[in-house]
Design a protein around this ligand. Sequence first.
Ligand code: ADP
Ligand code: MG
Length: 369
Amino acid sequence: MENRLYPNLILEALKNVRYPGNGKNIVEAQMVADDIRIDGNKVSFSLVFEKPTDPFAKSLVKAAEAALKTFVGEFVEPTVSMTFLKQTPAAVKNVLPGVKNIIGVSSGKGGVGKSTVSSNLAVALAREGYKVGLLDADIFGPSVPKMFGVEDEQVYMHEVDGRPLIIPVERYGVKMLSIGFLVDRNSAVLWRGGMASNALKQLIEEADWGELDYFLIDMPPGTSDIHLTLVQTLAITGVVVVTTPQEVALADARKGISMFVGDKVNVPVLGLVENMAWFTPEKHPDEKYYIFGNGGGCRLAQEAGVPLLAQIPLVGSVCSGGDAGAPVALDGDTITGNAFAHLAHEVIDAVQKRNDTLPATVKVDVGKR
Ligand SMILES: Nc1ncnc2c1ncn2[C@@H]1O[C@H](COP(=O)(O)OP(=O)(O)O)[C@@H](O)[C@H]1O
Ligand SMILES: [Mg+2]
């Protein structure tokens, strides 16, 4: 896609606009609200002023619009609105009211790279300036804290409007919580169903996720009570299904897809990610060895009628990066860094397309089961 717009690009351009009241640029002066929305070439956001009588308000809106056309491109169609601190609208009471898109990352079986994909996708989106949250809901093997190097992190609470809320751990621009923080890593799987579901609900409803563009959930593999809890608690925008190219994995991925498509549970499948699509030796980045077979992900995607969002190569650094707590998506121009940046773009497009064509997801009603 040409002319791709993303929040950091917009912010860079807006740094060229100065607020005459204090001489600072409007980004530095924190006058650009957290509500940047991008839809194709259309960009909307608001500028925050102290009071409605601000003498510079109108001219600043014009200047911001002009800056986008000058520094980003004539093609940009900006809509800049004004908000005033003196009159804040009452927030709607809703689960995760500040979250725009909730994306489940799922797989038919374990070990296919679901957590690797979730973590790197989160980092790749954050690198583009999106606000990203990641919830590790895999009670069978919560591994996201290790991949972010925050395994031993202490989780704190604070009060928001009189309610105590868990503060997500922030690393690489991603807000993260894991079921692994609440329980010993090796015993989570032994929890009775209800306990794990309650813990998970707590991580969703009683945590301070704030404003997010993308809230990713690393779901357990296969089907479980946890899946049911998630679709009952949250209106999931869509799911991304991760598979590897082997026939056995594809068969499980097929079941993984069908779990979301039905009468009771009806969550759009954004697409498939084929992980370990081929092996590439780090010293020979141009070589591809199809050690698990070739074309499996593509065939499954066609058969299931969902897009193949990306193929991620099997590269040693993906594994070592995960073990070291530094996801490879942090790296710039490498095969793996590029693969996850590409996946992030595909997910952004798929979410946009889904939101343009389908109604909002409805939470699964417990009574309907
Ligand atoms: N593309 C890849 N290249 C190299 N190693 C990978 C790749 N994807 C996953 N791995 C490694 O495979 C193992 C399983 O991946 P993980 O993301 O934990 O799977 P899951 O969450 O599906 O159980 C991890 O050690 C991970 O580092
Ligand atoms: Mg995992």
